[in-house]
Design a protein around this ligand. Sequence first.
Ligand code: S6P
Length: 561
Amino acid sequence: MDSVPYTEQHNTLTMNVDTGSVENIVDLLHECNLQVFNGYENHEGLSDEQFLNKLDRLVTLVREILQNEKGIIVISGCGTSGRIGFLASTFFNQLCIERNLPPKYRYIIAGGNSALVTSVEASEDDPVIGATELKKISESFEHVLFIGITCGVSAPFVGGQLEYCLDNLQKFTPVLIGFNPVSMARRIHVPKWPNGRTFYDIALRMEKTSEAIVLNPIIGPEPISGSSRMKGGTATKIILDTIFYLASTNNSIKTRDVIEEFKTTIDRMKTERMKLATVVQQAGDCLLNDSYIRYVGSSTFGVWGMIDASECVPTYNSSYNDIRGFMANDYFKKNLNPEPVNSFVSPALHESTPDDLWKIFENLPSSSLIIFIDTEYDSQKSLIDKLQKKKHRIVWIKLLSAKSLEPNSNVQIIDFSTSITSSDMTVQYCLAEIVLKLCLNTISTGAHILKGKVYQNIMIDVRVSNIKLFYRAIDIIKLLSGVDYQTAEKCLIQSIHQTDNELNKQTIEQHITAVASNKDHIVPIALLMCLSNCSYTQATHQIDKCPRIRDICTNTNRSST
Ligand code: S6P
């Protein structure tokens, strides 16, 4: 089957998201969020009956493991999928501890702890390391419920782990979470997978194995094509939270009811749409005027900020400094997997006190945007005062417990607290997290649209940092310029290696490695080469005159008509 996987298709709703008003961006992203539940075309999304039955089966399996002394639940994924696995595992472990039960959840993320807060995209192409890490983490247990998340049903890192489970079914129960049918699983061969195996082979094997579970509701294309941090990440979080919550409670609450709570809460977010639109506009202005966006939060709220910020690097080729998240408490210290002493630890994983933050923020470019996430106002008040004196813009996202602000504080408040209600505290916290995720995704996506990093609904400056993104880049160039595959690939490779010469002998892995030392608009330059039929050198000269990357597409299209 050759058709394009749903997770890579173009969402018909957002085809013109790049040309509308900022309110329009907010509304369209909101509508796409609801597709996760309502479905797409003839698919039913998370409310599908068959899917809910599968969730029930998984709830039973999780419950069994929670009661089994020799059992654990391992959640694994790459990029956003791994990060959401980390958040779910640490949050539900905390719940176990509060109830005097042993913490049963473990996480694995491709690239290790640093990948929680920085982009380490290349590590998702290695099935061998994936399997080795799973083996290591599960060594001393007899029963392992393994949940491998890959939105595109594509990541070899997770594929290698599922394969290891399938080879050892006496110990492992493998679960695959993704958002494409098995027939659309990735069939591209990666060199590190022996005997030419692909993810498709593993997904097929999963489907045919009665002990294995494939959870793959079709939630439809992403608002920005391929950006699986958005709907994919949302659906992943809702699935994990629902399963783990239900497995930990004795209430007779139904799976459908929990999913419905997520849906109504997300729907209620539209009450703050105008305030959100104002902040998206300010965030866009920051990126266009070389100011910065900063998130500050504690515990999992802080982690969501860091995650949202880090995802902009591969998606929009944004600089590390454009959007950054900071952690106001020591959540990471308490919850990270132990790693070898000499392994790299990202400085972003450290706690930042208000004094630390002031030292970092003191020299921010003027009119930067600092977004505080439902943290204790009193502890941040003096920092906020100092930032306001410097004329930075301050936003406060109110979710659950933050104290009311002083009326004269000039802080812009986006208040979701009245929308987040549940009779159960655990569910309420999970609802607050999903609202936060969607709010931050809207701000950072909207800001990059306004900066011109999106044409129609395509991420035209994607960083080509793994095999999936290499092929996505070729598709983007082909689609927008109309050239054939070979020409798109040739121009992409020349742009990666910054040369006018044709390079025929190098492998995809060598191209991806070269990307690490060339972060300059690789895809836009290749696109311009195709659109204008010019050399790499000529395209780089033209690109310098183009402050908004999307203008390449509009200007070139206009001049050729
Ligand atoms: C996507 C994000 C990426 C993906 C990662 C894993 O917006 O930037 O980091 O999460 O590539 O993708 P998948 O399909 O295996 O979950």
